[in-house]
Design a protein around this ligand. Structure first.
Ligand code: H79
Length: 462
């Protein structure tokens, strides 16, 4: 581990405490660090934030083998099959001839997504294997080389736009196909090759932006290698180049490394990019008091760890819709977005299990989405029964109930000057629940019925 003088100063300052004069002089000038302090508050960012729920789509050549190679099923992530099954590039490249998704119907996908309640969708334009789902001028390893007769990403963008769903592009910096990609930079030759790779990636990204000016932002991945960390300037330049074309563009923190290779947060501790995107298959803790101060997004798989289509979902736990809803609610309650992944198969069909989960979530969202869109951290202590969420548009306080106490009484803590005047179950909106004032909080009496799904309570305050 490299220890910089700056880090030593930070440690000393930390030991001395917040009043230390050293702490005041702590921030150092970074060429490739964070570009602004605090949250972005422009309309594009506010829209991203208010969207709260998104659909992730992992689709590429890996959808064809679906985790199986030469009769053997690999339990690891399907989109990593080329690596986990040690498949030669020539064998992998041959999948290009097999990619012809006859069932691809992006309007159907978009209608399903809309019914599920998402407001944005992030699709893989290029994953680690380097295959490009759009027709790129800069490589032949793309959709144009397949038998598929169309511009797949274009069709996707248009279909989702028709449903009013914002589109974001996933783009893997890591590239197993490109000859100039390097995991590390050890020689001059590596540097020169990597500079060419950077130009290639930048060209592709600007190409995507030019072809699809509707795109709201980019979701970068595959940025953990030494080569990328040693070249924080590249990550900075890419973000700047995209924003020079469209200042509204939203970029995840995962793209970035600073002058010292620090990722997501620069060496001053400031977030790089527009939102924290480190929450892959997990959520922050309820007790994390720093998280509510920033924008962030968690991305989640339905099985334990499958992003691309895997033919055998019996190999790991497949989440129930209510588990997923809880993750969505928890994210919103802590000021975050939630991106739920789908992996269409090699023909372009969305598997039945995913359709069923989408429908279940959609039914819940139809009744309860007021607690999701425009939802924010309510600045109240988390209670065992569930999550508080405040709707910033209507200024309504909600409680989303996941654990109904045997006593049927839930504790509602409010700031001193706020009175609880009423509480209704938001799905029927009629019956007022009994409110019992207590010493430092209220108790609300729930009906003695079993709820089959999470229930939203609407609190009327004065
Ligand atoms: O696209 C999905 C995954 O395929 C991709 N990100 C999501 C959104 C992903 N790629 N890798 N990973 C997730 C897991 C990362 C594993 C790592 Fe490592 C552990 C990166 C660094 C340490 C594996 C081991 C790769 C390099 C060494």
């Amino acid at each position: 581990m490299r220890i910089h003088v700056f880090n030593v100063v930070m440690i000393v300052a930390f030991v001395l405490g917040a009043n230390s004069p050293i702490l005041l002089a702590q921030k150092q000038d970074l060429k490739y660090g964070s570009q602004y302090q605090g949250k972005r508050e422009d309309a594009a960012m506010q829209k991203f934030r208010s969207n709260r729920f998104g659909q992730f789509i992992h689709w590429g050549l890996y959808a064809i083998p679906g985790g199986e190679w030469k009769g053997k099923v690999y339990p690891g992530a399907a989109e990593w099959l080329q690596s986990s099954a040690k498949i030669s590039s020539s064998s992998w490249n041959a999948l290009v001839d097999k990619f012809n998704p006859s069932k691809y119907n992006p309007d159907e996908w978009a209608i399903m997504a809309k019914k599920m309640g998402v407001k944005y969708a992030t699709i893989t334009t290029k994953h680690h294997d380097g295959f490009c789902l759009w027709n790129s001028e800069y490589t032949d390893f793309d959709i144009e080389a397949t038998k598929y007769n169309g511009d797949l990403i274009k069709e996707f963008v248009e279909a989702y736009k028709r449903q009013g769903i914002d589109v974001y592009f996933y783009y893997s910096i890591l590239d197993w196909h490109h000859p100039d990609w390097r995991n590390d930079i050890k020689t001059d030759e590596d540097s020169i090759a990597f500079e060419r790779y950077f130009q290639f990636a930048k060209n592709q990204l600007l190409e995507l932006q030019a072809k699809f000016p509707e795109v709201k932002g980019f979701w970068f991945d595959g940025t953990w290698d030494e080569s990328w960390k040693k070249n924080g300037k590249y990550s900075y330049e890419i973000e700047m180049a995209l924003k020079a074309v469209n200042p509204d563009i939203i970029v995840n923190s995962r793209l970035r490394a600073d002058d010292y290779g620090s990722r997501h947060f620069d060496s001053n501790g400031d977030l790089m990019g527009d939102y924290q995107s480190g929450f892959e298959r997990f959520l922050p803790k309820n007790t994390d008091s720093t998280i509510v101060k920033m924008d962030w997004e968690s991305c989640m798989t339905i099985p334990v760890n499958q992003w691309g289509y895997h033919k055998d979902w019996s190999l790991s736990h497949v989440k129930f819709a209510d588990e997923i809803i809880e993750m969505l609610v928890k994210s919103v309650s802590l000021n975050g977005n939630f991106l739920l992944n789908f992996g269409p198969d090699g023909n372009g069909a969305i598997r039945e299990e995913e359709v069923a989960i989408a429908n279940e979530i959609g039914k819940w969202m139809t009744l309860n989405s007021d607690a999701i869109y425009n939802g924010v951290f309510a600045n109240l202590e988390k209670q065992d029964w569930g999550y508080y969420i405040k709707n910033t548009k209507t200024n309504t306080l909600y409680g989303v109930l996941f654990n109904k106490p045997i006593s049927n009484l839930i504790k509602v803590k409010l700031p001193k000057n706020v009175k609880l005047k009423g509480c209704v179950l938001s799905y029927d909106g009629q019956k007022s629940l009994q409110i019992i004032p207590h010493e430092k909080h209220y108790l609300v009496k729930l009906p003695k019925i079993m709820f089959k799904h999470p229930v939203v309570l609407e609190f009327k305050l004065e």
